[in-house]
Design a protein around this ligand. Structure first.
Ligand SMILES: Cc1cc2nc3c(=O)[nH]c(=O)nc-3n(C[C@H](O)[C@H](O)[C@H](O)COP(=O)(O)O)c2cc1C
Length: 218
């Protein structure tokens, strides 16, 4: 039999995972490298079709946060064209400085003949969720942003990515100033699930959503 884990604790980590933003972090409080490496190790355990391991990360910490902030602001100013906004430029410099670490999230495309691109993107998203849950389990905060320069072709090379690769955003991480206790708003899972257990394939109404909501209400 497979090893059993503490499922209540695991469900609690999932339930409590929230996007927590840099203005909610304790400024200047630095997460130890060992924890950041564990977060990265857990990313590396994500499922991936054809074992391409497409996730690529650049970690920015310490003075590197200043470098990253200025870099993304400069790229934004140079290439944003008509969508340029001065307050966005300022935020791109300031947000990294409120964080302990920023990690760029990249997809390295290696299986052009073997896999549709979306499957390599999906594998990276699984890696990010592993990071998110690890951050939550450590009692830290993070959020994934695709704002700013994420989809700028010109940004890729600064994060070790080439033309066929994709920049998928940035994970900002920090110690949380004031605990976030509210759980995330979601419509019931029952409203998004068809459950078929009849030979004729006819869906029957299910109270699964209610069941899950009830189980999580502790
Ligand atoms: C791929 C992706 C990109 C996101 N980009 C942004 C973003 O650019 N700015 C932002 O404020 N939040 C961003 N978020 C966070 C979502 O807004 C957040 O997950 C959502 O509001 C639900 O809140 P929760 O994560 O606390 O459950 C992003 C989330 C994902 C998955």
């Amino acid at each position: 039999m497979q090893k059993r884990y503490n499922i209540e604790e695991f469900n609690e980590i999932l339930l409590r995972r929230r996007s927590i933003y840099p203005y909610q972090y304790v400024r200047g409080k630095v997460i130890p490298d060992a924890i950041i490496w564990q977060i990265l190790e857990n990313a590396n355990r994500a499922p991936n079709h054809k074992q391409t391991e497409p996730w690529r990360f650049c970690v920015f910490s310490g003075e590197g946060l200043k470098h990253f902030g200025q870099l993304q602001a400069d790229i934004y100013r140079e290439f944003a064209a008509d969508s340029y906004q001065q307050d966005r430029y300022k935020k791109l410099i300031e947000y990294p400085l409120m964080s302990s670490h920023v990690i760029s999230i990249g997809m390295k495309r290696s299986a052009v003949d073997k896999l549709p691109e979306i499957e390599e993107v999906e594998a990276v998203a699984c890696a990010v969720q592993n990071m998110f849950l690890t951050v939550t389990a450590y009692g830290l905060g993070c959020y994934w942003t695709t704002a700013g320069i994420t989809y700028f072709e010109e940004a890729k090379s600064h994060f070790g990515l080439e033309r066929t690769d994709k920049l998928l955003g940035f994970l900002y991480i920090g110690y949380v100033e004031k605990p976030v206790t509210a759980i995330s708003k979601r419509k019931p899972i029952g409203s998004k699930v068809n459950w078929i257990d009849t030979i004729d394939g006819i869906n029957r109404p299910t109270d699964l959503g209610k069941y899950v909501a009830h189980r999580c209400a502790f």
